[in-house]
Design a protein around this ligand. Structure first.
Ligand code: AP5
Length: 217
Protein backbone atom coordinates (compact mmCIF):
# COMPACT_ATOMS: atom_id res chain seq x y z
CA UNK A 1 0.00 0.00 0.00
CA UNK A 2 1.30 3.47 -0.85
CA UNK A 3 -0.11 6.30 1.26
CA UNK A 4 0.63 10.02 0.91
CA UNK A 5 0.35 12.54 3.74
CA UNK A 6 -0.29 15.95 2.26
CA UNK A 7 -0.60 19.26 4.06
CA UNK A 8 1.08 22.53 4.96
CA UNK A 9 4.17 22.80 7.17
CA UNK A 10 3.11 22.02 10.74
CA UNK A 11 -0.08 20.18 9.80
CA UNK A 12 1.24 17.16 11.69
CA UNK A 13 2.42 14.96 8.80
CA UNK A 14 5.59 13.79 10.55
CA UNK A 15 3.77 13.18 13.82
CA UNK A 16 0.99 11.16 12.17
CA UNK A 17 3.49 9.31 9.98
CA UNK A 18 5.28 8.03 13.07
CA UNK A 19 2.12 6.77 14.77
CA UNK A 20 0.78 5.29 11.53
CA UNK A 21 4.09 3.54 10.81
CA UNK A 22 3.94 2.02 14.27
CA UNK A 23 0.31 0.92 13.88
CA UNK A 24 0.45 -0.42 10.31
CA UNK A 25 4.14 -1.23 9.81
CA UNK A 26 4.57 1.28 6.98
CA UNK A 27 8.04 2.28 5.85
CA UNK A 28 7.99 6.00 6.71
CA UNK A 29 9.67 7.95 3.95
CA UNK A 30 10.10 11.65 4.73
CA UNK A 31 11.99 13.65 2.13
CA UNK A 32 12.48 16.40 4.73
CA UNK A 33 14.10 13.98 7.22
CA UNK A 34 16.23 12.45 4.46
CA UNK A 35 17.42 15.91 3.38
CA UNK A 36 18.19 16.94 6.97
CA UNK A 37 20.27 13.77 7.35
CA UNK A 38 22.22 14.65 4.18
CA UNK A 39 22.76 18.16 5.63
CA UNK A 40 24.03 16.88 8.96
CA UNK A 41 26.37 14.44 7.18
CA UNK A 42 27.57 17.40 5.09
CA UNK A 43 27.25 15.45 1.83
CA UNK A 44 27.25 17.14 -1.60
CA UNK A 45 23.46 16.65 -1.76
CA UNK A 46 23.11 18.05 1.77
CA UNK A 47 25.14 21.18 1.02
CA UNK A 48 23.11 21.87 -2.12
CA UNK A 49 19.78 21.17 -0.37
CA UNK A 50 20.59 23.44 2.57
CA UNK A 51 20.75 26.50 0.29
CA UNK A 52 17.05 25.99 -0.49
CA UNK A 53 15.85 24.71 2.90
CA UNK A 54 17.31 27.67 4.82
CA UNK A 55 15.32 30.00 2.56
CA UNK A 56 12.09 28.01 2.96
CA UNK A 57 12.17 27.04 -0.73
CA UNK A 58 11.64 23.65 -2.36
CA UNK A 59 14.76 21.64 -3.15
CA UNK A 60 15.13 20.88 -6.91
CA UNK A 61 13.22 17.80 -8.09
CA UNK A 62 16.32 15.90 -9.27
CA UNK A 63 17.75 15.83 -5.74
CA UNK A 64 14.40 14.64 -4.38
CA UNK A 65 14.12 11.81 -6.90
CA UNK A 66 17.60 10.53 -6.01
CA UNK A 67 16.16 9.94 -2.52
CA UNK A 68 12.80 8.60 -3.67
CA UNK A 69 14.06 6.17 -6.33
CA UNK A 70 16.35 4.43 -3.84
CA UNK A 71 13.41 3.62 -1.56
CA UNK A 72 10.22 3.26 -3.52
CA UNK A 73 10.85 -0.13 -5.07
CA UNK A 74 12.34 -1.63 -1.89
CA UNK A 75 9.26 -1.55 0.34
CA UNK A 76 5.70 -2.81 -0.04
CA UNK A 77 3.85 -0.53 2.40
CA UNK A 78 5.14 3.00 2.14
CA UNK A 79 4.04 6.21 3.81
CA UNK A 80 5.19 9.28 1.88
CA UNK A 81 5.56 12.34 4.13
CA UNK A 82 6.31 15.66 2.44
CA UNK A 83 6.45 14.14 -1.04
CA UNK A 84 5.25 14.85 -3.68
CA UNK A 85 5.50 18.57 -3.15
CA UNK A 86 4.44 19.99 -6.51
CA UNK A 87 2.61 18.84 -9.63
CA UNK A 88 5.79 17.89 -11.49
CA UNK A 89 6.88 15.57 -8.64
CA UNK A 90 3.40 14.01 -8.58
CA UNK A 91 3.45 13.36 -12.34
CA UNK A 92 6.95 11.89 -12.12
CA UNK A 93 5.88 9.70 -9.19
CA UNK A 94 2.94 8.36 -11.22
CA UNK A 95 5.31 7.41 -14.01
CA UNK A 96 7.73 5.60 -11.64
CA UNK A 97 4.83 3.72 -10.04
CA UNK A 98 3.45 2.75 -13.45
CA UNK A 99 6.85 1.29 -14.38
CA UNK A 100 6.78 -0.94 -11.31
CA UNK A 101 3.02 -1.71 -11.60
CA UNK A 102 2.10 0.00 -8.36
CA UNK A 103 -0.59 2.51 -7.40
CA UNK A 104 -1.27 5.11 -4.73
CA UNK A 105 -3.92 3.89 -2.29
CA UNK A 106 -4.79 7.00 -0.28
CA UNK A 107 -3.83 10.66 -0.08
CA UNK A 108 -4.68 12.14 3.32
CA UNK A 109 -4.83 15.93 3.28
CA UNK A 110 -4.42 17.37 6.79
CA UNK A 111 -6.30 20.65 6.54
CA UNK A 112 -5.13 23.19 9.15
CA UNK A 113 -5.47 26.95 9.60
CA UNK A 114 -2.37 29.18 9.17
CA UNK A 115 -2.54 30.67 12.69
CA UNK A 116 -2.36 27.19 14.23
CA UNK A 117 0.47 26.19 11.89
CA UNK A 118 2.66 29.15 12.87
CA UNK A 119 2.09 28.45 16.57
CA UNK A 120 2.86 24.73 16.17
CA UNK A 121 6.02 25.30 14.12
CA UNK A 122 7.58 27.98 16.29
CA UNK A 123 7.02 25.83 19.40
CA UNK A 124 8.21 22.54 17.84
CA UNK A 125 11.34 20.88 19.19
CA UNK A 126 12.94 17.72 17.80
CA UNK A 127 15.36 15.11 19.06
CA UNK A 128 18.47 15.20 16.86
CA UNK A 129 19.18 11.53 17.67
CA UNK A 130 15.86 9.61 17.33
CA UNK A 131 13.83 12.26 15.46
CA UNK A 132 10.97 12.28 17.99
CA UNK A 133 8.83 15.40 17.53
CA UNK A 134 7.85 17.47 20.58
CA UNK A 135 6.01 20.71 21.19
CA UNK A 136 6.88 22.93 24.13
CA UNK A 137 3.20 23.91 24.50
CA UNK A 138 1.17 20.84 23.57
CA UNK A 139 3.61 17.92 23.73
CA UNK A 140 6.59 18.67 25.98
CA UNK A 141 9.19 16.07 26.88
CA UNK A 142 8.84 14.64 30.38
CA UNK A 143 12.56 15.45 30.73
CA UNK A 144 12.27 19.18 29.92
CA UNK A 145 14.65 20.14 27.12
CA UNK A 146 15.98 16.58 26.78
CA UNK A 147 14.48 13.69 24.81
CA UNK A 148 12.48 11.32 27.00
CA UNK A 149 13.67 8.37 24.90
CA UNK A 150 17.44 8.85 24.62
CA UNK A 151 18.24 11.92 26.73
CA UNK A 152 19.65 13.96 23.82
CA UNK A 153 19.21 17.74 24.02
CA UNK A 154 16.21 18.84 21.95
CA UNK A 155 16.72 21.40 19.21
CA UNK A 156 14.72 23.80 17.08
CA UNK A 157 14.84 23.32 13.31
CA UNK A 158 16.62 26.17 11.50
CA UNK A 159 13.59 26.59 9.24
CA UNK A 160 11.19 26.94 12.21
CA UNK A 161 12.20 30.56 12.85
CA UNK A 162 9.24 32.90 12.21
CA UNK A 163 10.59 34.51 8.98
CA UNK A 164 11.33 31.19 7.29
CA UNK A 165 8.02 29.70 8.48
CA UNK A 166 6.09 32.47 6.67
CA UNK A 167 8.06 31.81 3.47
CA UNK A 168 7.41 28.04 3.74
CA UNK A 169 3.68 28.65 4.13
CA UNK A 170 3.69 30.90 1.04
CA UNK A 171 5.62 28.28 -0.97
CA UNK A 172 3.15 25.62 0.21
CA UNK A 173 0.21 27.66 -1.13
CA UNK A 174 1.66 28.23 -4.59
CA UNK A 175 3.56 24.98 -5.15
CA UNK A 176 2.04 22.22 -3.02
CA UNK A 177 -1.62 23.08 -2.41
CA UNK A 178 -2.55 22.50 -6.10
CA UNK A 179 -1.97 18.79 -5.33
CA UNK A 180 -5.26 18.82 -3.38
CA UNK A 181 -7.14 19.27 -6.65
CA UNK A 182 -4.76 16.96 -8.54
CA UNK A 183 -5.48 14.02 -6.23
CA UNK A 184 -9.12 14.94 -5.76
CA UNK A 185 -9.63 14.58 -9.52
CA UNK A 186 -8.05 11.12 -9.29
CA UNK A 187 -10.49 10.28 -6.46
CA UNK A 188 -7.64 9.49 -4.08
CA UNK A 189 -8.01 12.46 -1.72
CA UNK A 190 -9.40 12.25 1.83
CA UNK A 191 -9.59 15.54 3.71
CA UNK A 192 -8.87 15.17 7.43
CA UNK A 193 -9.36 17.87 10.06
CA UNK A 194 -5.71 18.56 11.01
CA UNK A 195 -6.79 20.67 13.99
CA UNK A 196 -7.95 17.66 15.99
CA UNK A 197 -5.58 16.13 18.51
CA UNK A 198 -3.05 13.50 17.47
CA UNK A 199 -5.12 10.50 18.63
CA UNK A 200 -8.35 11.75 17.03
CA UNK A 201 -6.52 12.32 13.74
CA UNK A 202 -5.16 8.79 13.81
CA UNK A 203 -8.67 7.46 14.43
CA UNK A 204 -10.06 9.38 11.43
CA UNK A 205 -7.30 8.10 9.14
CA UNK A 206 -7.50 4.54 10.49
CA UNK A 207 -11.26 4.44 9.92
CA UNK A 208 -10.63 5.03 6.20
CA UNK A 209 -7.71 2.60 5.88
CA UNK A 210 -9.44 -0.11 7.91
CA UNK A 211 -12.56 0.18 5.77
CA UNK A 212 -10.27 -0.73 2.87
CA UNK A 213 -12.26 -1.14 -0.29
CA UNK A 214 -10.91 -0.90 -3.79
CA UNK A 215 -8.24 1.61 -2.79
CA UNK A 216 -6.58 -0.60 -0.24
CA UNK A 217 -4.34 -2.48 -2.68
P1 AP5 B 1 9.65 18.92 5.65
O1 AP5 B 1 10.52 18.41 6.71
O2 AP5 B 1 8.86 17.98 4.82
O3 AP5 B 1 8.73 20.02 6.31
P2 AP5 B 1 7.20 20.44 6.08
O4 AP5 B 1 6.43 19.77 5.01
O5 AP5 B 1 7.30 21.90 5.95
O6 AP5 B 1 6.50 19.90 7.31
P3 AP5 B 1 6.97 19.96 8.76
O7 AP5 B 1 7.94 18.85 9.03
O8 AP5 B 1 7.44 21.33 9.12
O9 AP5 B 1 5.60 19.76 9.54
P4 AP5 B 1 4.71 18.46 9.76
O10 AP5 B 1 3.46 18.59 8.97
O11 AP5 B 1 5.52 17.21 9.57
O12 AP5 B 1 4.35 18.68 11.29
P5 AP5 B 1 4.88 17.92 12.62
O13 AP5 B 1 4.26 16.56 12.68
O14 AP5 B 1 6.35 18.03 12.75
O15 AP5 B 1 10.50 19.81 4.63
C1 AP5 B 1 11.47 20.73 5.07
C2 AP5 B 1 12.14 21.36 3.85
O16 AP5 B 1 12.79 20.33 3.06
C3 AP5 B 1 11.19 22.04 2.86
O17 AP5 B 1 10.94 23.38 3.22
C4 AP5 B 1 11.98 21.93 1.55
O18 AP5 B 1 13.01 22.87 1.49
C5 AP5 B 1 12.63 20.56 1.66
N1 AP5 B 1 11.80 19.46 1.09
C6 AP5 B 1 11.26 18.40 1.77
N2 AP5 B 1 10.61 17.59 0.93
C7 AP5 B 1 10.72 18.15 -0.30
C8 AP5 B 1 10.25 17.78 -1.60
N3 AP5 B 1 9.50 16.66 -1.79
N4 AP5 B 1 10.54 18.60 -2.64
C9 AP5 B 1 11.29 19.71 -2.48
N5 AP5 B 1 11.77 20.12 -1.29
C10 AP5 B 1 11.50 19.35 -0.21
O19 AP5 B 1 4.17 18.81 13.73
C11 AP5 B 1 4.53 20.18 13.92
C12 AP5 B 1 4.32 20.54 15.41
O20 AP5 B 1 2.94 20.43 15.73
C13 AP5 B 1 5.05 19.59 16.39
O21 AP5 B 1 5.52 20.35 17.48
C14 AP5 B 1 3.96 18.60 16.85
O22 AP5 B 1 4.17 18.13 18.18
C15 AP5 B 1 2.70 19.46 16.76
N6 AP5 B 1 1.52 18.69 16.37
C16 AP5 B 1 1.46 17.74 15.38
N7 AP5 B 1 0.22 17.26 15.24
C17 AP5 B 1 -0.53 17.93 16.17
C18 AP5 B 1 -1.91 17.88 16.51
N8 AP5 B 1 -2.77 17.08 15.87
N9 AP5 B 1 -2.33 18.71 17.49
C19 AP5 B 1 -1.48 19.55 18.12
N10 AP5 B 1 -0.16 19.63 17.86
C20 AP5 B 1 0.31 18.84 16.87
Amino acid sequence: MIVILLGPPGAGKGTQARVMAEKYGFKHLSTGDALREECSNNTTVGRKAREYMDEGLLVPDDIIFEIIRKNISQHRDILLDGFPRNISQAVRLDSILKDISRKISYVFYLETDDKILIKRLTSRRVCPVCGKIYNIITLPSSRGSYCDIDGAELSQRDDDKTGVVKKRLAVYKTETHPLVEFYSEKELLYTIDGEKDIEALLMDISAIIDKGGSNGH
